[in-house]
Design a protein around this ligand. Structure first.
Ligand SMILES: C[S@@+](CC[C@H](N)C(=O)[O-])C[C@H]1O[C@@H](n2cnc3c(N)ncnc32)[C@H](O)[C@@H]1O
Length: 232
């Protein structure tokens, strides 16, 4: 379905958005491995293409993510310790900075994406790593907030990776996941698994749902979904 949709989109439109849509699909093609996707992002970032193709307007995930975090932390934002997971070139960090969040770290596996992000000076610490189900070097309860925008998708963060965010977030802190809504249905890793798992963790008393919101024009014309969970 993802492949058909990318093809349809590029046949129907002839502007720069079509080129950008196809470039984005390259990082999410069905069957892509995590290493292939990571290398793709590095090449995309080094060419300067990522920031042009997924500029705000075409891809609004970073704006939705920062707004969601800001709603949860209305005051004392300079003290809120945040981990931007799958931080890419730092779009979320930039949006957070505009909303007065200045205590932000990044986790990102692609060295090309990280190289761009570092230049922006929006992150204190940068972890060059995957979130993939193995234990991170970050101690328990380190962050007030973990946020992901755009890090979910084919060959991206697996369901098992999210459990680690509960471990490294403080009690009462926020885990915010912003992703394309349709991935819940057609990414094999997430279909009939991701939401049931998030709900199971709530039933197990690990976290509590704050809100689940559908947003329009998350990326291109696709809806996004913004999950906010408060860690117990
Ligand atoms: C569409 S980009 C989003 C980047 C950034 N958050 C933004 O909103 O611009 C997806 C990012 O997820 C990263 N990524 C993919 N798989 C990952 C994983 N398992 N753990 C952490 N990051 C991952 C990629 O390297 C890439 O930088």
């Amino acid at each position: 379905m993802a492949e058909e949709k990318a093809k349809r989109f590029t046949e129907d439109s002839h502007d720069v958005s079509a080129v950008a849509y196809l470039a984005n699909y390259g990082a999410h093609r069905v069957g892509i491995s995590k290493d292939e996707s990571c290398d793709y992002y590095t090449r995309w970032a080094k060419s300067g293409g990522y920031e042009k193709d997924l500029a705000i307007g075409r891809y609004n995930g970073p704006v939705f993510a920062a707004q969601a975090v800001a709603e949860f932390f209305p005051r004392g934002r300079n003290l809120v310790r945040i981990l931007d997971v799958a931080a890419g070139t730092g779009f979320v960090g930039e949006q957070l900075k505009q909303l007065d969040f200045t205590n932000v770290d990044a986790l990102e596996p692609s060295e090309g994406m990280v190289a761009v992000a570092r230049k922006k000076n929006v992150y204190k610490n940068v972890y060059l790593d995957f979130l993939n189900g193995t234990k991170l070097t970050i101690p328990d309860g380190s962050y007030d907030c973990c946020v992901i925008a755009g890090g979910m998708g084919e060959g991206h963060i697996p369901c098992s990776g999210l459990r680690e965010l509960i471990r490294i977030t403080k009690q009462g802190g926020l885990v915010c996941i912003v992703m394309r809504e349709e991935y819940l249905q057609y990414v094999e890793e997430y279909k009939d698994r991701l939401e049931p798992l998030l709900q199971k963790w709530e039933a197990d008393g690990l976290w509590k749902l704050v809100s689940r919101e559908i947003v329009k024009k998350y990326s291109f014309d696709n809806n996004g979904v913004v999950f906010k969970y408060s860690v117990c």
